[in-house]
Design a protein around this ligand. Structure first.
Ligand code: DC
Length: 230
């Protein structure tokens, strides 16, 4: 039986991650966080002394010599950079600032898209990012595009950071979300964009449980009875 891909795209803090994790858990699908992969490349660039404007020679060297692994762990992904666990490090403010420019580089995207397809091969997957329904899995059986008001997204991010003991003020988070959304939507290569056949979900007024239940319902309705997990 062919595997099932659920593609969830949307801006930073739109509720994608929480929803994708919850739906993957409930349907027993593999959860794939593509943003974590772009964050890992960015962390490597920073650790190699890279800054802005981008040092393209260094970026090319990193592409040719870096190993990124994504492993299922409880309901989440653990991220390994050259064999080391960087799951927490990739959430740091320095990475938030640099990740959009790095992920706008065409060669970085080609590398990541190949890796994402490889990780998802032969699995039922809930995959979240910015270009999943448009570029990575344009034939995904289910496509969702999530969004929410900026203020609500920022408050969610601040809460997540507090849980992980990562320093973040509301003002900083608002600025970073605005910056990344503009950058990610305006870039030349696979910008953040709703696929024509994606279903829009506004999470502004939804609780986490409601978001998960709604997307799960959409997935189950879209899947044919023979594909439906028990
Ligand atoms: O989902 P996130 O906020 O952790 O993603 C971090 C950055 O990675 C985001 O600002 C843009 C980039 N990204 C991307 O360009 N394409 C994806 N499929 C996922 C993330």
């Amino acid at each position: 039986m062919p595997s099932i891909i659920v593609a969830i795209d949307g801006g930073a803090g739109s509720g994608k991650s929480t929803t994708a994790k919850g739906v993957a858990r409930e349907l027993n699908f593999f959860y794939l966080d593509t943003g974590a992969m772009y964050r890992a490349v960015t962390l490597k660039y920073i650790r190699c002394g890279g800054s802005e404007p981008l040092d393209m020679k260094l970026v090319q060297e990193i592409i040719g010599s870096t190993h990124i692994d994504l492993v299922a762990h409880n309901d989440d992904n653990r991220v390994y950079l050259d064999g080391r666990d960087v799951t927490l490090d990739i959430r740091m403010p320095e990475v938030n600032k640099m990740v959009s420019p790095i992920s706008a580089v065409r060669e970085v995207r080609e590398w990541m898209v190949n890796l994402q397809r490889l990780v998802a091969r032969d699995k039922n997957v809930v995959c979240e990012g910015r270009d999943i329904g448009t570029v990575v899995f344009p034939h995904a059986q289910v496509k969702i595009f999530m969004y929410a008001d900026l203020e609500v997204r920022a408050q969610r991010r601040v809460r997540e950071c507090a849980e992980k003991e990562i320093p973040a003020t509301l003002d900083e988070v608002v600025e970073n979300l605005k910056f990344r959304d503009n950058y990610d939507s305006g870039r030349k290569h696979s910008p953040l964009k709703k696929a024509d056949d994606a279903i829009e979900v506004d999470t502004t007024l939804l609780s986490i449980e409601e978001e998960i239940a709604l997307v799960r319902k959409i997935v189950l309705e879209k899947m044919s009875p023979t594909q439906s997990p028990s």
